[in-house]
Write a new protein. Structure first.
Length: 175
């Protein structure tokens, strides 16, 4: 018999000897667990029956169709086809019209030849000089007033009915 076989037999004998040890403590623990009294399990809660809601049309609009406004509704709201206000789309766009108003910052004012000019910083870090009548912001805003603390403008925005409305806006001085 060679050394390998002999080593294999010795290991197998050692492993079998380890399996033959006293298991009385494990068996007594298993009996003790089995003898414990079990607790009652709470019953499964009863599910309440579902009461479906029945939608009765009875003069209501279909909730899955968009709400259509009549021409009278649009005119009463100040927009629609009855309003002749619209932005001049054919005029050349100015540099500050590519940025939203909340991205622009007023830095100060200058008076040149008795005319007040505001300095406005764009997000691209360029400082622009603007005066009354210039445009800025993405909603066709035209500057109507310049003070030491803000630039006021009037924007032209869609009213949602195919027309346009004016809305005041301003860019305040950075503190």
């Amino acid at each position: 018999m060679n050394a390998r076989h002999f080593t294999g037999w010795v290991l197998a004998t050692a492993l079998l000897a380890g399996c033959g040890q006293d298991l009385r403590d494990l068996e007594s623990y298993a009996l003790e667990v089995k003898s414990r009294t079990s607790r009652n399990i709470a019953p499964i809660p009863q599910i309440k029956p579902f009461n479906p809601f029945t939608y009765e049309v009875a003069g209501r609009r279909d909730p899955f169709q968009p709400r259509l406004f009549s021409r009278e509704d649009a005119l009463a709201a100040g927009g629609g086809t009855g309003n002749s206000l619209q932005p001049d789309i054919n005029r050349p766009r100015e540099a500050l019209e590519e940025f939203p108003l909340d991205a622009l910052r007023m830095l100060g004012t200058l008076t040149v030849r008795n005319k007040l000019i505001a300095l406005v910083k764009a997000p691209d870090s360029l400082v622009h000089r603007v005066s009354i009548g210039d445009h800025m912001g993405q909603n066709y805003g035209e500057i109507t007033q310049i003070t030491d603390s803000e630039v006021t403008l009037m924007e032209i925005i869609p009213d949602g009915f195919g027309g346009w409305i004016q809305r005041p806006a301003s860019v305040a001085m950075v503190q």
